[in-house]
Design a protein around this ligand. Structure first.
Ligand code: APR
Length: 243
C-alpha cells in the first residue's frame, strides 16, 4: 500500500509553533502582503528578512512531538511506501526521523541565490548584504520558501505520488491554501485512494474526505498509525498463510 500524507501547521502546533490562521495564528499578527510575497521582498527586503530570521531563530526552541514521531515510525515499519508532503517550513519531520519528505513550501533552513539559483543549508540570519557562498553575488539571497503568488516546489513529483497512492492522509491543515488544498479533490477525481482527514476541527475540504478524525494531532495521529500498522501486518500474515 502506497501512502501519501499531506501535513500542515497543525502537526507542529503541539511542538509550540504557531499555526497561520485562527485567532492567535501568525497571519493575525503580521500582514501577509508585508512579509510573505515576492512584491514585499522587492519593496522592503530588510523587513522580509527580519520576519524570516525571527521565524528561523525560533525553530531552535521546538522539538518534534508524538505526531511527527508516529509518522516517522509509519515510514520505518510500513511494508509499502510512505511519502510526507509538508507545507511546513520547519524541520520537525526530519528531526523526528522521516526521510521520504517533500517540503512543498520550502524550508527555513535553506536559502536560495537569485543570481545563480544555488540552494543550500543556512542557519544564520540573512540580510540584504548577505553574499552567495557559490557565486559570491551580494544582495541576491532569499529564504528558500514559497511565498504567496509563487508556485510550490516539486509539484510534478507530488502529482505523480497522489495519482499512484492507495491512501491519502491530511493532517493539521486548514485547507485554505492551494494547490495543497486541492489535493483531496484530485484524489476524489482519480477515485482509487481511500482518504482520511486528521485535524483539530473540520477543514475547508472536510466533506470530500472518506473519513474524518477530529482531535489534536498528538492524540489522534499515534493511535491512527498504530491501527494502520497493525492492519497492514494482519494483511501480510493472512497472505502468507498456506492455501
Ligand atoms: N492538532 C491538529 N490540528 C491542529 C492542531 C493540533 N494540535 N492545532 C491546530 N490545528 C489545525 C487547525 O484547526 C487548522 O485547521 O491545523 C490547521 C492549521 O491551519 P493553518 O494555520 O491554515 O496552516 P496550514 O493549513 O498549514 O497553512 C497552509 O498557508 O500561510 C500559508 O505557507 C503557509 O504552509 C502554510 C499554508
Amino acid at each position: 500500500m502506497r501512502i501519501v500524507i499531506l501535513t500542515g501547521a497543525g502537526i507542529s502546533a503541539e511542538s509550540g509553533i504557531d499555526t497561520f490562521r485562527g485567532e492567535d495564528g501568525l497571519w493575525s499578527k503580521v500582514n501577509i502582503e508585508d512579509v510573505g510575497t515576492p512584491d514585499a521582498f522587492a519593496r522592503d527586503p530588510a523587513l522580509v528578512h527580519d520576519f524570516h530570521n525571527q521565524f528561523r531563530r525560533s525553530l531552535e526552541n521546538h522539538q518534534p512531538n508524538v505526531a511527527h514521531l508516529a509518522l516517522a515510525k509509519l515510514e520505518a515499519e510500513h511494508p509499502g511506501t510512505v511519502l510526507i508532503v509538508t507545507q511546513n517550513v520547519d524541520n520537525l519531520h526530519e528531526r523526528a526521523g522521516s526521510q521520504n519528505l517533500i517540503h512543498m513550501h520550502g524550508e527555513l533552513y535553506k536559502v536560495r541565490c537569485q543570481a545563480c539559483e544555488a540552494v543550500y543549508h543556512w542557519t544564520d540570519d540573512l540580510s540584504v548584504k548577505s553574499s552567495c557562498q557559490r557565486c559570491q553575488a551580494a544582495g541576491q539571497m532569499r529564504p528558500h520558501v514559497t511565498w504567496f503568488y509563487e508556485m510550490p516546489m516539486r509539484m510534478d513529483e507530488i502529482q505523480r505520488a497522489l495519482a499512484a497512492c492507495d491512501l491519502f492522509l491530511s493532517i493539521g491543515t486548514s485547507g485554505n491554501v492551494y494547490p495543497a488544498a486541492g489535493f483531496i479533490a484530485d484524489i476524489r477525481r482519480m477515485g482509487r485512494a481511500h482518504s482520511v482527514e486528521l485535524n483539530l476541527e473540520p477543514s475547508e475540504g472536510s466533506s470530500l474526505f472518506a473519513e474524518c478524525i477530529h482531535g489534536p494531532a498528538g492524540e489522534v495521529v499515534p493511535v491512527f498509525v498504530d491501527q494502520l500498522l497493525e492492519s497492514s501486518m494482519d494483511a501480510i500474515s493472512a497472505s502468507e498463510k498456506p492455501k
